[in-house]
Design a protein around this ligand. Structure first.
Ligand code: NOJ
Length: 756
């Protein structure tokens, strides 16, 4: 263990009040909240902590019986503080009227919704956007999503989802930024900035919500909602950085998570919510539970009943109850019996009111519900153009033996596969109010791109799914109908080149969509074999919400692109890349495995005590599959090639206040212009807790003309080297470091330095 410490290097994680967290604190508002709290009954206070999903059509007549009538009456009595899933200017206005025109204190409702990758204009799924390695583009996507959502009366999105996810079996990997805490932090902050803009009270901004706090992505075996049991070191060093980045960027709210962690449900975790988030980080906004997560503490075996769960959740700092109905049913009784201190309620209500004030709802509760703006600000040509721009930046070229880019004047082209003319799947899961079947399909994109003389053939080949496809229905991927295969083979044979669109449909990834097998479902492998036999000139366009095991497909075809689920403009964006209007610049935000048995698979693993030698048997490896991924984190090809010089360091030693620069010359060695993503990794050779073999510490997108060279310079300070050490502090430890620069996490040039 290292003996000396670099003292005073308090990482962002230990800074008590971040700029972002303080943004919500305003003395004048706090006084108003004091006054309001003074007028509120206990029941009205608890009402502010109660959130319902829209129980009826807000624009229709008042419900006359049952649970719907009860909810209606509760809204009118001021016993509901927030609603989710009420959307549209008209519906939100009606619901707001119920609260504001009927309740005693006229406290406005806050309307939340899952605006995850767009509201009506749908952008690439977040994992896809992360592949752009372009925080500015991702910020713009969130900005547009916020503009559309705010015009529809929404105040608050349940995003960004900032869970680091290292297991491709987990269906919700599609909703985040992949496996890396550094890239994840950049994306988290960009999305918060985009949603919230510069002023939460502006009519085109909405409050962000960093979720799922915390460690939801570490579910055992990648099975959704499963147990999480990770060390404090993994929690602090891997899971929390993107949450901290979101808090620092000013995220107004957090959502806790369904999972337990170390035996404590996150919803009841004092450590996560009170000690770290509200304590160490000084977070001033509020925490909403995940849907029913307070109630789920009963089946977790942590709470005797719903009342007990309410007591535990409020004590742990879960401020708002999403749909467990635990607070509204039990908190008043718990306060009266002395089991819950009313101070806890007051504090939670204060946090909720703070966000409502910051949104300007007390000035005008209807300010966001504007039917005119909703019409004018939704799916504008400008928004669609931005969606196309982010989408093409998100595409990752994984293999190209020279077939790409294609010529637009090609005589004939066959567009084949279950996803080839699918106008719905590109919208992905969590698609907001994106209208079903509203995406540009690949077939449409190709038709719009090629010359009028080009013959475009189409064959579905085989269906991917039988039965319903939507958020709530489990999809069935057991197609046995081979009747479409002959037409696919015929089209492949007749065409000069084939585009084969395969992968996953919209609802194959997402919540509750974990898979034990991440290979191609249905008859897709059979389709690939048949098509390749008919025509060798095949470009596979892979659409998916997660890494898939496609090594055999990559071996069989000359070109392969990962196009995720790219949103409204999918087909145009893919065509932009395939026909060379845009040279691919996306890089993988997550490792692609050779075999599902390698999962969880990530580049920033530990070295172990047995990293080799490979000549022996007794080293850390599989005897049947290689350790390394099929495609590593950070990987992606371009239509040109890049070379890196040896990195030059400005110093080989730095002190605690020092900095060094790492400079490298990147040269475009090909014949076309292109964009490279230069990446900087560091390895801390010895730590008081062991350190990963590589950690991303910086990246830069650089545009280079053919033959052009540019020097890229990264700066490293001691703070960049800090981590959560064995002493329970965020600090850098002196010693030897390696630094790596290159175009992906595998192919790197390296140098060394030390920290005094
Ligand atoms: C449950 C999901 O886990 C969460 O991400 C989402 O925001 C809520 N449902 C509300 O839809």
């Amino acid at each position: 263990m290292k003996r000396l410490l670099v003292a005073g290097l308090l990482a962002p994680a230990l800074v008590v009040c971040s700029a972002g967290a303080q943004g919500l604190l305003n003395p004048a508002t706090e006084k108003k909240i004091d006054a309001l709290l003074g007028q509120m009954t206990l029941e009205e206070k608890i009402g502010q902590l109660n959130q319902y999903s829209s129980p009826f059509d807000m624009t229709g007549p008042a419900p006359s019986q049952g649970a719907q009538k009860r909810a209606y009456d509760q809204i009118r009595s001021g016993l509901v503080g927030s609603m989710l899933n009420v959307t549209g200017a008209e519906a939100t206005r009606k619901a707001q009227q119920l609260a504001v025109e009927n309740s005693r204190l006229k406290i406005p409702l806050i309307f939340g919704y899952d605006v995850i990758h767009g509201y009506k204009t749908i952008f690439p799924i977040p994992l896809g956007e992360a592949a752009s390695w372009d925080p500015a583009a991702v910020e713009r996507s969130a900005r547009i999503a916020a503009t559309e959502a705010a015009a529809a009366g929404l105040h608050w999105t349940f995003g960004p989802m900032v869970d680091v996810a290292r297991d491709a079996r987990w269906g919700r990997i599609m909703e985040g930024s992949g496996e890396d805490p550094f890239l994840g932090s950049q994306m988290a902050a960009a999305r918060v900035r985009g949603f919230q803009g510069k002023d939460l009270a502006a009519v085109d901004t909405i409050a962000a919500c960093a979720k799922h706090y915390a460690a939801y992505g570490f579910a055992e075996a990648g099975r959704d909602y499963n147990t999480v049991d990770i060390s404090e070191s993994t929690l602090r060093n891997v899971v929390l950085p993107p949450f901290k980045a979101a808090a620092d960027a000013g995220a107004a709210t957090f959502m806790n998570s369904f999972n337990e962690i170390g035996g404590i449900p996150a919803t009841a975790s004092v450590h996560l919510q009170r000690e770290i988030l509200k304590g160490e980080w000084g977070f001033k906004g509020f925490v909403v539970s995940d849907w029913g997560s307070i109630g789920e503490m009963v089946p977790h075996g942590f709470s005797d009943d719903l009342a007990h769960a309410a007591q535990q959740a409020i004590a742990a700092g879960s401020d708002m109850d999403m749909e467990s109905r635990a607070y509204v049913a039990h908190l008043a009784g718990l306060v009266k019996s002395g089991k819950v201190d009313v101070k806890l309620i007051n504090e939670a209500v204060r946090r909720v009111l703070r966000v409502k004030y910051a949104l300007g709802l007390f000035d005008d509760p209807y300010r966001y519900s504007d039917a005119g703006r909703e019409r004018a600000a939704t799916m504008t040509p400008e928004h669609l153009a931005a969606a196309r721009e982010v989408a093409r930046k998100s595409i990752v070229l994984l293999k190209n033996d020279g077939l790409l880019p294609l010529d637009k004047t090609v005589r004939s082209i066959a567009v084949i596969g279950p996803l080839a003319d699918d106008k719905d799947s590109p919208l992905g899961n969590w698609r907001g109010q994106g209208a079903a079947n509203s995406a540009v399909s690949l077939l449409e994109g190709v038709k719009a791109a090629v010359s009028p003389a080009t013959r475009v053939l189409y064959a579905e080949g085989a269906k991917l799914v039988t039965g319903p496809r939507n958020f709530s229905a489990p999809s069935v991927y057991n197609t046995t109908d081979r009747s479409g295969l002959p037409a696919a083979v015929e089209a492949a044979r007749a065409a000069d080149v084939v585009l084969l669109a395969i992968g996953e449909d919209a609802y194959q990834s997402g919540e509750g969509r974990s898979q034990a097998d991440i290979g191609l479902k249905g008859l897709q492998d059979e389709l690939v074999r048949a098509v390749v036999e008919a025509n060798k000139r095949v470009v596979v366009v892979l659409m998916s919400g997660r890494p898939l095991t496609i090594g055999h497909v990559a071996d069989a075809v000359p070109a392969l692109v990962e196009s995720w689920l790219l949103g409204s403009q999918s087909g145009h964006a893919i065509a932009d890349v395939l026909f060379g209007d845009y040279s691919p610049s996306g890089r993988l935000p997550v490792s692609f495995p050779r075999h599902v048995g390698q999962e969880p698979l990530y580049y920033g693993h530990k070295n172990t005590g047995r990293p080799g030698p490979e000549s022996s048997v007794t080293w850390s490896h599989y005897t049947d599959v290689a350790n390394d991924p099929l495609y590593p984190f950070g990987f992606g090809l371009s239509y040109t090639t890049f070379s890196y010089s040896e990195p030059k360091l400005s110093a080989t030693e730095i002190g605690r206040d020092g900095r060094l620069t790492v400079s490298v010359t990147v040269t475009n060695t090909g014949k076309r212009a292109g964009t490279e993503v230069a990446q900087l990794y560091v390895r801390d050779l010895v730590g008081s807790v062991t350190r990963p073999v590589k950690e991303l510490k910086g990246f830069e997108r650089i545009d280079l003309l053919a033959g052009q060279a540019r020097e890229v310079t990264f700066t490293i300070t001691a703070a960049d080297l800090a981590f959560y050490t064995a002493r329970g502090r965020w600090e850098a430890e002196p010693g030897a470091f390696r630094v790596f620069v290159g175009g992906n996490s595998r192919d790197l040039k390296e140098a060394s330095f030390s920290l005094r």
